[in-house]
Design a protein around this ligand. Structure first.
Ligand SMILES: *Cc1c(COP(=O)(O)O)cnc(C)c1O
Length: 374
């Protein structure tokens, strides 16, 4: 689904030099590259504080810890996401309240959020799924009315631009709500060569608490004000990410070009619904995820696999139907859009190293299967 080696080869001299510098300095923990990368990401995102941490899941956990939510407080999120989003809610003994998504963008349905609000609701976690933002204008309107926090999960949409249709103001995904969270997992749009994550906020007090929580709840060494965790971005990873950040926009452009190729290739095919982009957001195509209509997905994926073409399903089982997250509040049929998507979506390879020649082969194979199974 990705070509991390091809991407590395193009920037090898800069990456190797950055790694060598860290090795020579032996400042493996909280070395200068960590601060440097945080500063560069703050500049890129136009946000006051970036606090790096161990991974994207930790980022979400730190965000919820910093908001000082209490057991039983309700946090609304979507059932159509990676498990990490709900996992941290459950781990902190908060109550996940799941809602459905919109059929075109696969992102959280603001109307469903409105209906899910109770006096115990404290926060909403919109997930900017596959590379485009959720409807942040509507979400921010809801939180203003009900005085809630917003934790944006932008693990899949780092670099995407949200433009508020009301005032024309453009902001980066993850900098609109109370706290933004991202992941630098190697296959993410800004991928490290190992694990990594970050939280962002414009709130000075929250930033200070987030920094302390990620560092055993301390500001002065061995004086612990909060029950925290140990979650750090390695200096090596920070040095690598600092090199790759300079290429993030160019990487997004390559993904967009690849998506446009697929869109065009499948435009005439009735059985494929290509991904739709909402008008208020750019799309950085973390995934190219289409909906198959009247197609045996398993057979198609098998057909592609025989030709050494990768494909994947994100996500085959909605959160509310996962064994660990079964809850008597929810059952099959409660989130019809999510459930239908889980049965019918399929993602094709999308990354920075695709060429029209490779895409020709991939799209050709998909269309060949469609033709054979009319
Ligand atoms: C990848 C991802 C995460 C978790 O990131 P890790 O770095 O793997 O912990 C969280 N939410 C979403 C939507 C993701 O795609």
């Amino acid at each position: 689904m990705v070509d991390l080696y091809g991407q590395y080869r193009k920037i090898k001299p800069q990456i190797d030099e950055a790694i060598r510098e860290v090795l020579e300095s032996t400042a493996f923990i909280n070395g200068p590259a960590v601060k440097r990368f945080q500063k560069h990401l703050e500049d890129y995102l136009q946000v006051k504080h970036v606090i790096t941490c161990g991974n994207g899941t930790d980022a979400l956990q730190l965000a919820l810890m910093a908001l000082e939510l209490q057991p039983g407080d309700e946090v609304i999120t979507t059932s159509f996401t990676f498990i990490a989003t709900a996992e941290v809610i459950a781990l902190l003994k908060l109550t996940p309240v799941l809602v459905d998504v919109l059929p075109d963008t696969y992102n959280i349905d603001p109307e469903a959020v409105k209906k899910a609000i109770t006096p115990r609701t404290k926060a909403i976690i919109p997930v900017h799924l596959f590379g485009q933002t959720a409807d942040m204008q509507q979400i921010m309107e809801i939180v203003r009315e009900h005085d809630l926090f917003v934790v944006e999960d932008t693990a899949q949409a780092l670099g995407a631009d949200f433009t508020n249709p009301e005032n024309g103001k453009t902001q980066k995904a993850g900098t609109i709500g109370t706290i933004g969270c991202t992941s630098f997992f190697p296959s993410k749009n800004l991928g490290a060569y190992g694990d990594g994550g970050a939280v962002f906020t414009n709130d000075d007090a929250l930033a200070e608490r987030l920094r302390m929580l990620a560092n055993h709840g301390m500001k002065v060494r061995y004086y612990h004000d909060y029950v925290g965790v140990n979650s750090r971005l390695d200096t090596l990873q920070a040095a690598i990410l600092d090199v790759k950040l300079m290429h993030l926009d160019e990487y997004a452009a390559a993904r967009q070009k690849a998506a446009a190729f697929y869109n065009e290739a499948f435009a005439g095919c009735q059985k494929i619904k290509t991904p739709a982009k909402a008008f208020f957001t750019s799309h950085v195509f973390h995934q190219y995820t289409m909906v198959l209509q009247d197609i045996d997905r398993k057979a198609l994926m098998g057909f592609l696999s025989e030709r050494d073409i990768a494909s994947a399903v994100y996500y085959p089982v909605p959160l509310h139907l996962q064994k660990a997250y079964r809850d008597k509040r929810y059952g099959e049929g409660d989130f019809p859009v999510t459930e239908a998507l889980s049965r019918s979506v399929m993602s094709l390879p999308i990354h920075t190293e695709l060429t029209p020649e490779i895409q020709e082969v991939i799209a050709g194979a998909v269309l060949e299967f469609m033709h054979k199974n009319k």
